[in-house]
Design a protein around this ligand. Structure first.
Ligand SMILES: Cc1cc2nc3c(=O)[nH]c(=O)nc-3n(C[C@H](O)[C@H](O)[C@H](O)COP(=O)(O)OP(=O)(O)OC[C@H]3O[C@@H](n4cnc5c(N)ncnc54)[C@H](O)[C@@H]3O)c2cc1C
Length: 259
């Protein structure tokens, strides 16, 4: 259980950032993960009054506010039409609708969880995070940055005509994934993101001209070999690697059929 001494509904990002510099204070997302932890929070900083719960779309990009819920990703017509339902597919196994109405994109991405579907799918897209002090950083760099006291304000996803597929293997429908895999392509540039290894998602980018089933199989094997895997109660590292290769292959073949 966590105990919160004070609560502040921030009136500006500057105020939230200042408060967040104190180690014992914490920013709140949807609190779905945080509430399972232990400890005492001096001041909980709520960003819900700052208008950051919208998904904006223009010609070039989608801007997803940190307080958007996973449910809003799942239901957003523009995002899901543009990315062929990949975002919907990445979140719809997460617990249940009520849960997804609470958990936020900011908490999911800032947390950089080793099991994260959200991080896995976003990494396979041309995505950036907008940090209050740190500015705009490519998501694949943010994943490796040390956790600090900055605020994640938005996630930005570029419209670059990417085709994408998202696949996971789960022991039961709403459990954490045993492995998560997102593959995207623009012409012959491929991005493959594998998460729940059970480490946080990582990205491999390759230029490859894939024209037949044998090419797809060789590509999937080569890329699956490039990731490291671990063992936990959900599966061994050997099993995860085996699954990753299969899911990458299926996604690649499906994307090849698209062209
Ligand atoms: C039972 C359970 C099952 C789950 N299953 C899955 C699953 O299968 N797949 C999956 O991908 N995810 C899963 N999740 C994770 C979930 O989807 C969310 O990612 C998680 O709850 C964090 O989102 P939140 O809004 O609750 O963040 P919080 O719990 O509120 O915050 C998480 C962390 O991020 C920080 N934070 C939040 N917002 C910001 C911000 N804007 N800027 C800076 N720091 C911030 C907080 O201070 C905290 O440290 C599961 C979670 C639970 C509890």
């Amino acid at each position: 259980m966590i105990t919160i001494n004070n609560y502040v509904r921030a009136e500006s990002l500057e105020q939230a950032y200042d408060l967040n510099q104190k180690k014992s204070n914490r920013v709140l997302g949807g609190m779905m993960w945080m509430r399972l932890g232990k400890g005492r929070v001096h001041t909980a900083i709520d960003l819900s009054g700052l208008g950051l719960d919208t998904i904006e779309e223009n010609e070039e990009e989608f801007k997803i506010g940190c307080m958007c819920t996973l449910r809003s990703l799942e239901l957003h017509e523009g995002l899901n039409t543009y990315f062929q339902d990949a975002l919907k597919e990445s979140v719809h196994h997460i617990v249940g609708v009520q849960f997804r109405n609470g958990a936020t994109v900011g908490g999911s991405v800032f947390g950089r969880f080793g099991f994260s579907d959200v991080l896995t799918v976003l990494l396979s897209l041309n995505s950036y995070v907008e940090l209050y002090k740190g500015g705009i950083v490519p998501l694949h760099e943010f994943v490796h940055m040390e956790r600090d006291n900055d605020l994640l304000v938005r996630v930005i996803v570029k419209k670059d005509n990417r085709q994408v597929r998202y696949l996971t293997e789960r022991a039961t429908a709403t459990d954490f994934p045993v492995i998560a895999c997102a593959v995207s392509r623009v012409e012959n540039e491929w991005k493959v993101s594998v998460g729940a290894r059970p480490m946080k998602a990582m990205l491999v980018t390759e230029k490859a001209e894939l024209t037949c089933a044998e090419d797809a199989e060789a590509f999937a094997k080569r890329v699956a070999d490039a990731f490291t895997y671990g063992t936990n109660m959900r599966g061994s590292k050997e099993y995860r690697k085996h699954l990753a290769e299969i899911l990458i292959r299926r996604a690649v073949k499906s994307l090849m059929e698209e062209c």
